[in-house]
Design a binder for this molecule. Structure first.
Ligand code: NAD
Length: 356
């Protein structure tokens, strides 16, 4: 295989960044596109120079010229398409969240273990250069022993993508979105980062309020979540607020997030991620009375998709596993579910016990 021939299943809003990512990946060719919306799929095929266009994903899976698929549909379709793709002998890159229930996650883990093909959950924040730099600093012992992690998210007023109503509305439909817009859809990113930095989570506690926003959509915000890592007395927290009075400058969704990692000798801050809220150096470290700013890195959020698409193709060619494995993807869904359950039942939830 000279280049990995990729098929995109679901070519809605975010697929534009995957298309860009695969166009720039030296080891990949964006070969086929599929969407139930015929007009959209034909328009994407022409714009992206793909060879084939399908309106039924089974036909794309039957195409022996397709080596690997990127599944970018609404959440309730993830598991079935993923299982069908593995059964058809395709490598699979699955958009977060990997699935909407733990039973589906288990099915994907089994199918992935039984398959010679690679399955990965694609969570893009892990490729964001400031977060990558912060993780390198942490792992090299720059702030000593990791002790805690704080994550803060602000959803503000619109100054980002114009997202058509029907492309956003499925996220607020429990059947299609599979859970809270924040805790599952968005939370899959920040809870992946929480685990990426400091390991597996033992238990969670949360308060989640719900507010009604435009179109009568119910959003699971404001909310506060705390967790304890499995590894000793290490803790994390996540706070989210939505306010239409806060301007979030963004080329995408008007939400941004920042991170604070505390170590035994100091702190690391990552001051912005998916948008441009705080005008501060992207990474700052404090240690031994000295504050160091790090600005020598790409802060374009779209670079996360380029890196993630690149890694998928490179790993297929090299016979390596790309992040995240099916098991790692399932741990993130488990954390989201545990957090939702904690708020519902006003108690801490242990993640070892399966939470549906
Ligand atoms: N930062 C990120 O990584 C990020 C950002 C946004 C969305 N996403 C993920 O990407 C996925 C899609 O989100 P979106 O915002 O692009 O949604 P979207 O609604 O814009 O796109 C989904 C597309 O899937 C198509 N579709 C529906 N059923 C299909 C089927 N059976 N076969 C083929 N196509 C089908 C729809 O017609 C639509 O074009 C979700 O999993 C979401 O969580 C990830």
């Amino acid at each position: 295989m000279a280049k990995v021939r990729i098929g995109l299943i679901g070519v809605g809003n975010i697929s534009k960044l995957h298309a860009q990512g695969y166009a720039l990946a030296p080891n990949a060719e964006l070969f086929a596109v599929c969407d139930v919306n015929e007009e959209r799929v034909q328009e994407r095929k022409a714009a992206w120079g793909a060879t084939k266009a399908y309106t039924n994903y089974h036909d794309l899976l039957d195409d022996s010229d397709v080596d690997a698929v990127e599944i970018i549909t609404p959440h309730h379709l993830h598991a079935q398409i993923g299982l069908d793709a593995l059964a058809a002998g395709k490598h699979v890159s699955m958009q977060k969240p990997m699935a909407t229930t733990m039973a589906e996650c288990d099915q994907l883990i089994s199918a992935s273990n039984a398959s010679d093909q690679m399955f990965r959950t694609f969570e893009n924040f892990q490729y964001y250069p400031p977060l990558v730099r912060a993780k390198e600093l942490l792992d090299s012992g720059s702030i000593g022993e990791p002790l805690s992690m704080r994550i803060k998210t602000t959803i503000g007023t619109k100054q980002g993508w114009e997202i058509p109503y029907e492309r956003w509305s499925w996220r607020f439909d429990p059947e299609k979105g599979g859970g809270g817009r924040i805790m599952l859809d968005y939370g899959s990113h920040v809870f992946a980062i929480a685990q990426f930095f400091m390991g597996d989570v033992e238990k969670v506690f949360s308060w989640i309020s719900h507010q009604t926003i435009q179109h009568g959509w119910k959003i699971d915000s404001p909310a506060v979540v705390i967790w304890k890592y499995k590894d000793a007395a290490k803790y994390g927290s996540f706070e989210v607020i939505q306010s239409d009075e806060i301007l979030v400058q963004s080329d995408h969704v008007p939400e941004d997030e920042w991170f604070e990692i505390t170590g035994s000798r100091g702190f690391i801050w990552v001051n912005r991620c998916s948008s441009r809220l705080l005008d501060a150096p992207p990474v700052v470290m404090y240690r031994d009375g000295v504050t160091t700013n790090y600005s020598d890195m790409d802060t374009n959020w779209e670079s996360t998709f380029i890196a993630g698409c690149n890694e998928f193709a490179d790993c297929i060619l090299a016979g390596r596993q790309a992040r995240l494995t099916a098991e790692e993807g399932a741990k993130i869904v488990q954390m989201c579910r545990g957090i939702e359950q904690s708020a519902r039942e006003s108690r801490e939830v242990l993640l070892d016990a399966r939470v549906e």
